[in-house]
Write a protein that binds this ligand. Structure first.
Ligand SMILES: Cc1ncc(COP(=O)(O)O)c(C=O)c1O
Length: 393
């Protein structure tokens, strides 16, 4: 199976929209894109439509807003549970993992054989990617999207078929379905999507998953689901009770504020999990202390509610400030936000923001340079706004 993606193939598959095509010739197309490639400027070319600028390393930051971490976590109850579990560190954590799975099955409304645990959802994305693509094939996803699964798939020889998002930044489900062919092993959907922070409507996505999963399994990454306002924040996990071949990934890194403690899970059909677990085991990588913290955090609904409310407060504050400075941020449903900044080249922008002690991310998405800023505390967001004013004005 070839890894290459050339312009004629892309056009045939309708992978790129008219808007994107207008600038393709000037960029010199038809290279091969393997997982993740650092170019001569020290940036990553994911595709012709999506590049990431890399920031200087070893910078002391006053506001670390570059990894979508939750500034309020872990919950005090989770920290207490973690300390109390330290003396169990000589034991494997299977028993307490069983308790955590029980809590998760209650929440998700599926039985325990539908759950695979991992040290963070990255572990599950990578394990599913390795097993599902070890014999090649292709993966269909949005371009841009969160790259973990696509990077692993490409590394083991699969092809990534990226489909441009629609003008409202939702997934172009019609174009994604059209991109599926006989070699497609998986469709990956990140909802809300990273790095855009935008959602695809629940009903539209549900109908798509319900129908298309009859042809090919669909992996829905719901890392930021809990931050969504209103009714749209429902999980695709209920499709499992209808026997649909979906895989839903969830993490404790975001709303629970436990990124460094590494807990996540995938919910899928038992036969799908068996095919992955024939080759690689879930759960083994999670420490007994992190399991204890996750159990306590799931029961701490006051912390989770406050986490969501404070994130929204930071989001509203940042959005208004950016608009008042003349920027056009994309309304976000997550714990991060993107906005175009075309005054500075991406790498230079990151260098100057780092010099101000502020860590953010910079991407080339379609035909613009974008800053992605994670939601920190209100004080951190003010530091970010002040630094932006200094760097660009
Ligand atoms: C969309 C998405 N999925 C998965 C992850 C991985 O998170 P973790 O491995 O911490 O669960 C992230 C991390 O930022 C993410 O943004």
């Amino acid at each position: 199976m070839s890894n290459s993606i050339n312009r004629r193939d892309a056009l045939k598959r309708g992978v790129f929209s008219v808007g994107a095509l207008s600038f393709l010739p000037s960029l010199g197309f038809a290279e091969e894109f393997n997982a993740p490639r650092i170019n001569s400027e020290g940036n990553i070319d994911h595709t012709i439509l999506f590049k990431e600028h890399l920031a200087p390393v070893d910078v002391k930051l006053r506001a670390k807003l570059n990894a979508n971490e939750n500034p309020y976590g872990p919950s005090p109850k989770a920290m207490e549970a973690l300390k109390n579990a330290a003396n169990l560190g000589n034991r494997y954590g299977w028993k307490s993992l069983g308790e955590l799975i029980e809590l998760i099955t209650d929440k998700e409304g599926v039985s325990a054989d539908h759950i695979m645990m991992g040290p963070g959802s990255s572990d599950l994305l990578e394990k599913f990617g390795l097993v599902m693509f070890m014999n090649g094939g292709n993966i269909v996803s949005a371009d841009p999207s969160y790259m973990s699964m696509m990077n692993v798939a490409r590394s083991v020889g699969a092809e990534w078929k990226g489909v441009k998002l629609k003008d409202d930044w939702s997934h172009d489900l019609e174009a994604m379905e059209a991109a599926i062919d006989q070699d497609t092993k998986l469709v990956y959907i990140c909802n809300p999507n990273n790095p855009t922070g935008t959602i695809t409507a629940y009903k539209e996505l549900y109908d798509f998953c319900s129908r298309v999963s009859e042809k090919v399994p669909i992996f829905i990454d719901e890392a930021y689901l809990e931050f969504i306002d209103g009714k749209e924040g429902k999980s695709m996990v209920s499709l499992l009770n209808e026997g649909k071949n979906v895989i839903v990934a969830r993490t404790f890194s975001k709303i629970h504020g436990m990124a460094g403690l590494r807990v996540g899970y995938a919910a899928a059909l038992p036969e799908t999990l068996q095919s992955i677990q024939k080759i690689t085991r879930g759960g083994m990588g999670i420490t007994i202390t992190s399991i204890a913290a996750a159990l306590a955090s799931m029961k701490d609904s006051a912390f989770l509610t406050a986490s969501k409310a404070k994130n929204k407060e930071a989001r509203d504050f940042t959005y208004k400030k950016l608009v008042s400075m003349g920027y056009e941020p994309v309304p976000s449903q997550t714990s991060f936000m993107i906005f175009p900044q075309d005054q500075l080249e991406g790498k230079e922008f990151l260098k100057r923001m780092s010099a101000q002690g502020v860590g953010v991310r910079s991407f080339q998405i379609y035909d613009k340079t974008w800053c992605r800023v994670s939601m920190g505390t209100l004080d951190e967001m003010q530091i970010f706004i002040d630094a932006l004013g200094q760097v660009i004005g």
